[in-house]
Design a protein around this ligand. Structure first.
Ligand code: FPP
Length: 248
């Protein structure tokens, strides 16, 4: 058996990992099953990745669980996804709480069905003391929606154009205290951002794997972390500047 990829040293672990969990439908279809079965298997991957992220020392994990575009899916699939979300929270919250995980949600949450919204608020409330890992669920989330929401909030507060810089703008995002993702993982091979965290991903490292989400488990997550640990982040600077060698 292959030796499992070790976890990188803490100093090389991304503080914030964001994930586009894609490929549930294809995974199920390939087996001749309906798409919902793929989402159900995807929950086991969520559980595995949360556990591994916490063990690795990741501080923020943002999962794209339901996009603003997903409202266009068949009603039956939407209902199933909302049901899975509620069940996931009901079953996992006690464990998450025990393990120092704080559940948070970002997105146009008012659009969620009342029982799903209630479950999300309950989970946030139950876990608000969690200090080890923030598990941020993007629900009814769109990056353009978030930017518009921020602009509207700034206008409503009477912010003057000359006062609006990046730092001030950030204060109007859904989760202003959360640092930008260091690493974005996308499963199932698509080379797209798909309206996820548009403002926050400006300098994020991208990791795209052909693995479908239901097959993305501990080992695959470790591999993504190891890949990230091998990269050099430059934020638009030269390697010499980053090495502290001066230059200009
Ligand atoms: C994309 O697969 C995945 C989704 C639209 C939803 C992801 C949701 C889960 C993993 C379950 C709920 C999550 C939580 C946190 C409880 P797809 O259906 O677009 O796959 P396809 O591209 O192969 O069709």
């Amino acid at each position: 058996m292959a030796t499992p990829t070790p976890l990188p040293p803490r100093t090389q672990v991304p503080r914030h990992v964001a994930i586009i969990m894609d490929g549930n439908g294809r995974w199920a279809r390939r087996r001749g099953w309906n798409r919902v079965r793929g989402h159900r298997a995807g929950i086991d991957s969520v559980r595995a990745v949360v556990r591994e992220a916490r063990a690795a020392g990741v501080r923020y994990l943002t999962l794209f669980a339901f996009s603003s575009e997903n409202w266009g899916r068949p009603q039956r699939e939407i209902a199933a996804l909302m049901g899975l979300l509620r069940r996931f929270l009901r079953v996992e919250v006690p464990d998450l709480k025990r393990n120092g995980v704080r559940v948070r949600a970002i997105g146009e949450l008012r659009r969620l069905p009342p029982r799903a919204l209630e479950a999300v608020r309950w989970a946030e409330d139950e876990t608000r003391e969690g200090r080890d890992l923030d598990l941020i669920l993007a629900l009814s989330y769109g990056g353009r929606d978030e930017i518009l929401h921020a602009v509207r909030s700034a206008l409503a507060e009477g912010v003057r154009p000359e006062e609006l810089d990046e730092a001030r703008f950030r204060g109007f995002l859904y989760a202003p205290d959360v640092p930008d993702p260091d690493l974005l993982i996308r499963t199932s091979g698509e080379m797209r951002i798909s309206n996820f965290l548009l403002w926050q991903l400006a300098y994020t490292e991208l990791y795209v794997t052909p693995t479908l989400w239901p097959e993305f488990r501990e080992a695959q997550f470790r591999e993504a972390l190891a890949d990230y640990a091998r990269r050099e982040r430059r934020f638009g600077l030269t390697s010499e500047q980053l090495a502290g060698g001066g230059g200009g």
